[in-house]
Design a protein around this ligand. Structure first.
Ligand code: PGA
Length: 240
């Protein structure tokens, strides 16, 4: 199956910086060995949409609300993202869970809405350091998947990103052995729940560790934060 290389820009880049990035990225995108997907800030979505028109570069928003419109000040509409050409919605990133108090129940509704619009949810799961150290990782991931996919349609596409919270933005990448073991667990849980989904790894993926991680079993690609902000480092990762 084709690998997926996803870029999570978080709250970085303006519309002008987005346009400049894609101007340079389009010159090197053919080096990628898989599908590339960008999650710019929602306010840059139109700039991204215009910039990638006519290419096979996909994009989406970093979060959506569980309804397409209404009195929900400050939220993003998945429907509007779709109208702009989005293909994916990032859902349940650990920063959403930890900083904004997003619950598994809300995540399940967002996954269901995203699929109902014909878009692909990219559902993030992952354990904290305390959870890993108390060897609860399997149970945490199983609960996040069970609850997050509770309303999902098994016949429609869904992508999972396994992102250990302790590896996000910390420079502390999971070892290839940890990735192999945990991705095998995630694959087991997904099979048990009846889902078929690529499993991306995320958490301090860089140009110099990507090649070792992509070879591990059940690694379907990467979700990249910091290293996706520069064309050079991201294309190196996307061409492993
Ligand atoms: P990082 O972020 O690559 O900067 O660790 C990954 C993510 O948050 O998706």
């Amino acid at each position: 199956m084709q690998k997926i290389f996803a870029a999570n820009w978080k709250l970085f880049k303006s519309p002008a910086e987005t346009r400049q990035f894609f101007k340079n990225f389009k010159e090197v995108v053919s080096k990628s060995t898989g599908e590339v997907v960008f999650f710019p800030p929602a306010i840059c979505l139109e700039a991204a949409s215009e910039s990638v028109k006519g290419t096979n570069i996909a994009f989406g928003v970093q979060n959506c609300y569980a309804q397409v419109q209404g009195a929900f000040t400050g939220e993003n509409s998945a429907q509007t993202a779709k109208e702009l050409g989005a293909k994916y919605i990032l859902i349940g990133h650990s920063e959403r869970r930890q900083i904004f108090g997003e619950t598994d129940a809300a995540i399940a509704d967002k996954v269901a809405l995203t699929q109902s619009l014909g878009l692909t949810p990219l559902l993030c799961i992952g354990e904290t350091l305390a959870e890993r150290e108390s060897t609860h990782t399997y149970r945490i991931l199983e609960t996040q998947l069970e609850l997050g996919l509770a309303k999902a349609d098994k016949t429609k596409p869904v992508v999972i990103a396994y992102e250990p919270v302790w590896a996000i933005g910390t420079g502390k990448v999971a070892t290839p052995e940890q990735v192999a073991e945990t991705h095998t667990d995630v694959q087991t849980i997904l099979t048990k729940l009846g889902f078929k989904a690529p499993i991306l790894y995320g958490g301090s993926v860089k140009a110099d560790n990507a090649a070792g991680l992509i070879k591990q079993p059940h690694v379907g690609g990467f979700l990249v934060g910091g290293a996706s902000l520069e064309v050079d480092s991201f294309i190196k990762i996307a061409s492993v």
